[in-house]
Design a protein around this ligand. Structure first.
Ligand SMILES: Cc1ncc(COP(=O)(O)O)c(C=O)c1O
Length: 443
């Protein structure tokens, strides 16, 4: 074990536990202090490689870079908060124009908020406004946030929803989680049984397509387990929406902003949505959410939606500087994503051949998941083993996050260096060996 859990760390955690209402917290005592690129140092001086991008936020590296921090400082000295939904200001307009240029033709208006869940709340309200329809479809294992509207859309873990319902306007339908097909079939011989179920049951028995305002989809499910659907699934869902006049909302909060090697993850499926939501990485760690709509949908009535902090001037300056950096270095960043992705996939698939515990390896670009199982035939989730592996990685200087029931996500900064990537994978490999040993001891 290389990492030292000092009294300083223990004391902060003790104080936190006394005063903070419990949140999700990772299974290891991580108290970050300072960092840059893909290396983070905790308050006791322990160094870690970051394979989490701090929950998919630092896509351009921890703390961004000098240009982004300069833009943040300059705007901070001018004006921090501009009450943008009441008054006018240039920084949010500059960012909006720049961001819009990254979207397909036909996208023209957007709304600023402060988080992913708020971006989805706005998309939910706008869908209802635009269509005057009351229901909304989303998928099992989806995660769209934790405020009441977005929580209604989410169906990742019952612990997230327990006692908060009812969520009257939501209907959940199966996602193409092919590794654990809810119909016990295999792709492609399944004939897209999951989409067929939605068509035959939800649209014919539960309601009709005429009453559904929107289908919310994560192009790759994130919190629910890093689940990558076949292209055909996403294409079929777009068709189902079109056939019924339903809007397609792509939640790109985690999968967007080049995470998959494309600015929009949905582009990997050659499908366009009608509304996109983004957050996490767009303002380099400052809170920002954005809901982007197709121009043909029109505007929303005055007073129907607003907030206090949306379009915050410092967050807008950070977002503009981040996007400018991304655009300027696009080809380098894209090529780093491609090379790093190949290296990770290769290493993980090699590990999969050697260790029973790895049930599935999947991902696009630098959004990669490893699903752990106790037994490859029964696919029983290796939950305790995952915890052992995450802790073991932490103790040896690698930060990783879980997803779904027994998946580990690998989402390093898009700018990660080859050397750090290989070092992180070495730590991960040793942890897998430990997890696999534990598995064989307990069976
Ligand atoms: C796909 C997706 N949508 C929405 C959210 C919610 O974002 P936030 O935590 O910023 O509210 C998340 C957060 O993990 C997410 O991954």
């Amino acid at each position: 074990m290389n990492v030292e859990i000092t009294d300083k760390i223990k004391k902060i955690i003790e104080r936190d536990k006394k005063i903070m209402l419990t949140t999700t917290r990772s299974p290891y005592p991580f108290v970050p202090d300072t960092g840059s690129g893909e290396i983070i140092t905790d308050i006791s001086g322990n160094n870690f490689i970051d394979f989490s991008s701090f929950i998919s936020v630092y896509n351009l590296g921890i703390n961004g870079n000098k240009e982004i921090r300069k833009a943040i400082k300059e705007q901070t000295d001018k004006l921090i908060h501009g009450a943008f939904t009441d008054y006018y200001a240039e920084p949010p307009v500059i960012f909006a124009e720049k961001l819009m240029s990254m979207f397909p033709k036909g996208f023209g208006k957007l709304f600023f908020s402060n988080s992913g869940t708020e971006a989805n709340e706005a998309a939910l309200k706008f869908s209802k406004l635009f269509t005057k329809r009351q229901y909304v479809l989303s998928f099992y294992s989806a995660f769209h946030g934790r405020t009441m509207g977005s929580l209604g859309l989410s169906a990742s873990k019952s612990s997230q929803r327990e006692y908060f319902g009812p969520f009257n306007s939501n209907i959940h339908v199966p996602y193409a989680y092919c590794y654990r097909c809810p119909f016990g079939k295999e792709y492609p011989s399944c004939g897209m049984a999951c989409v067929d179920y939605t068509k035959k049951n939800v649209l014919q028995k539960e309601t009709s397509g005429k009453e559904i305002s929107a289908i919310f989809i994560e192009p790759i499910q994130g919190e629910g387990g890093y689940i990558v659907p076949p292209k055909e699934f996403v294409v079929e869902i777009r068709k189902l929406a079109d056939d019924n006049g339903i809007l397609l909302v792509a939640d790109e909060v985690q999968s967007g902003y080049m995470r998959t090697g494309k600015f929009l993850a949905l582009d990997n499926f050659n499908v366009e949505a009608d509304i996109y939501t983004m957050a996490k990485s767009i303002a380099c760690g400052l809170p920002m959410g954005v809901t982007i709509t197709r121009s043909s949908l029109g505007d929303i009535p005055a007073g129907s939606h607003a907030n206090t902090f949306g379009g915050n001037l410092v967050a807008s300056a950070a977002a503009t500087a981040s996007l400018e950096y991304l655009k300027k270095h696009l080809s380098e960043i894209k090529s780093n994503i491609e090379t790093s992705s190949k290296i990770i996939m290769h290493r993980l698939n090699e590990l999969k051949q050697r260790y029973e515990i790895i049930g599935d390896v999947r991902g696009i670009g630098l959004m990669i998941g490893i699903e752990l199982v106790k037994d490859r035939k029964t696919k029983e989730p290796a939950i305790a083993e995952r915890e052992t592996i995450l802790k073991n990685c932490f103790e040896n200087g690698l930060i990783l996050l879980p997803a779904g029931v027994s998946t580990i996500r690998i989402i390093p900064p898009l700018t990660i260096s080859r050397k750090t990537l290989e070092d992180g994978l070495d730590i991960f490999e040793s942890a897998i060996i430990t997890g696999n040993k534990k598995l064989h001891k307990s069976t």
